[in-house]
Design a protein around this ligand. Structure first.
Ligand SMILES: *Cc1c(COP(=O)(O)O)cnc(C)c1O
Length: 479
């Protein structure tokens, strides 16, 4: 360590502690917002020829904290991740301090055993009896690896020979995460060979449309191999009917993958796990612990029903210098990974789970589901708020609509008004909430991923939306 900076870590820890305390104060702004061209002037971005003093580094850190978005703030309701717990943060620090690669047991003995146990525990929740899996660089990456495993199982010759005459085709819903498009492109399948199956009015994949498309593709000489279902779609929070999709997968001999990056935690609750009924019939599952379980980014896993599949798809190379046949060879996770260097992401989730217990996650899920119902009721009961979609999970989709003369305002004007409400909150740093378009309708998309949110925060948010809507409507709707 550079001895010039011997106080840096102590002083940073103090700054961090203060920062974390401020996150919990509702009157604290979420962000000191500036557009990029202004922020550039407020920061010291230049990389100097000669090194800076400790005081300058601390000032850099302070500025970073000052102008960053406080995602742990209870008014941050914009994204599927949020802040994290002290235990998880401690885990992430230790991962950084001990800096090692989770590719071999020899350099990452503790992390490897923790990862193994986490994978086993997640597989138990799903109902995979044998089960395998690995921590990956995100839900997007997990979807890609699931596709790779499916390809390799279906056509083992691809690994050496490429696709040759094979014409793979796969099925997702029109609500699936955009990572599929990238995965399909990078794997050489081509986006034209991915079918976005129509979803129903609740945004769930329509099994009848799926079967019709599979039959059509078979008739056309294509080779269906994969159904990508989603449990908790990113925008609407919808759950595809896994039981039915599993039957279809079996009938046509297809791989069933379940992207549960967002919705997976319903499995913690007896009351809500019916949303994923049938998941045990899947071949693979995507799980993001950096979303609802609030581990610091990145903390994700791809889970496999059968052992050996992951290693068959991902292994290759490294035996000359890295993977030695010693007594711990079976614990070399690098053989199941596309990465060489791999961060120890298990420790933060491990510590968080130890600290909360499984009961902690269950309670967190159930109380968040209650908050979603509270929002639903408040929105439905309010004359100026209009629910656009019945929530199955923690995503609320709605609009502010002024009561008087609504019919005379066109949809565009209502949309502009709702965007203006969100923008005003962002400028003030009061609430961060996003918008989205579902089936052609633009609305406010509120997500309850943040376990610091309480009913009072939601009441304050809905009040603020109505207040801003009232204040902005005369200006926007008359223009
Ligand atoms: C967020 C999300 C992903 C992508 O996960 P990352 O960890 O952000 O890469 C994939 N699928 C669904 C359904 C998601 O909500």
């Amino acid at each position: 360590m550079n001895t010039d900076n011997d106080q840096l870590l102590h002083k940073t820890a103090e700054l961090v502690t203060r920062y974390l305390e401020q996150n919990q104060q509702s009157d604290q702004a979420i962000s000191d917002y500036h557009p990029a061209t202004e922020l550039e002037k407020l920061l010291t971005l230049v990389l100097p020829e000669e090194g800076c003093s400790e005081a300058e580094l601390l000032a850099d850190i302070q500025r970073y904290l000052q102008y960053s978005v406080r995602t742990a703030h209870p008014h941050f309701m914009k994204q599927l991740y949020s802040g994290s717990s002290p235990a998880a943060i401690a885990g992430d620090w230790i991962t950084t301090v001990t800096n090692t690669a989770a590719h071999t047991y020899q350099v990452s003995p503790v992390g490897t055993l923790m990862e193994q146990n986490l994978i086993r525990r997640l597989n138990q929740l799903i109902g995979f009896e044998q089960g395998d899996g690995i921590m990956v660089t995100g839900g997007s990456n997990a979807n890609q690896i699931a596709l790779l495993c499916a390809l390799n199982q279906h056509w083992p010759s691809i690994k050496q020979q490429g696709f040759q005459a094979i014409k793979p085709v796969l099925y997702v819903s029109d609500q699936c995460h955009y990572s599929y498009e990238k995965a399909v492109f990078t794997l050489g399948i081509g986006t034209d060979n991915m079918r976005a199956i129509e979803s129903d009015e609740q945004c769930r994949m329509r099994p009848d449309a799926l079967v019709a498309q599979i039959q059509q593709d078979i008739e056309d000489g294509l080779q269906p191999f994969f159904i990508g279902a989603t449990s908790g779609t990113t925008v609407a929070g919808a759950f595809d009917p896994l039981d039915t999709l599993a039957d279809i997968a079996k009938r046509f001999d297809l791989w069933l993958h379940v992207d549960a990056a967002w919705g997976g935690p319903v499995l913690f609750s007896e009351q809500h796990k019916h949303l994923m009924q049938g998941v045990e019939w899947a071949h693979s599952v995507t799980w993001d612990a950096h979303k609802f379980m609030s581990a610091p980014l990145i903390c994700s896993a791809v889970l496999l029903r059968d052992t050996g599949v992951l290693e068959a798809a991902c292994s290759g190379g490294g035996s000359a210098y890295l993977f030695h046949p010693d007594e711990n060879a079976a614990y070399n996770y690098g053989q199941k990974s596309l990465q060489c260097g791999r961060r120890v992401d298990s420790l933060k989730l491990w510590l968080d789970w130890r600290s909360k217990g499984t009961a902690g996650y269950r309670q967190q899920l159930e109380s968040s589901m209650q908050l979603a119902q509270y929002c639903r009721q408040t929105i439905t009961a309010h004359p100026k708020l209009h629910l656009l979609l019945e929530p199955d999970y923690l995503n609320l989709f709605f609009r502010y609509i002024p009561t008087l003369g609504t019919s005379t305002h066109d949809q565009r004007a209502i949309e502009s008004l709702n965007l203006a409400i969100l923008d005003a909150m962002k400028q003030a740093g009061s609430f961060y909430v996003d918008y989205a378009t579902i089936k052609g309708t633009l609305g406010i998309r509120l997500v309850l991923a943040n376990n610091q949110i309480r009913q009072t925060h939601l009441t304050a948010l809905l009040d603020e939306i109505v207040r801003l809507g009232d204040a902005l409507s005369s200006e926007i709707l008359t223009n």
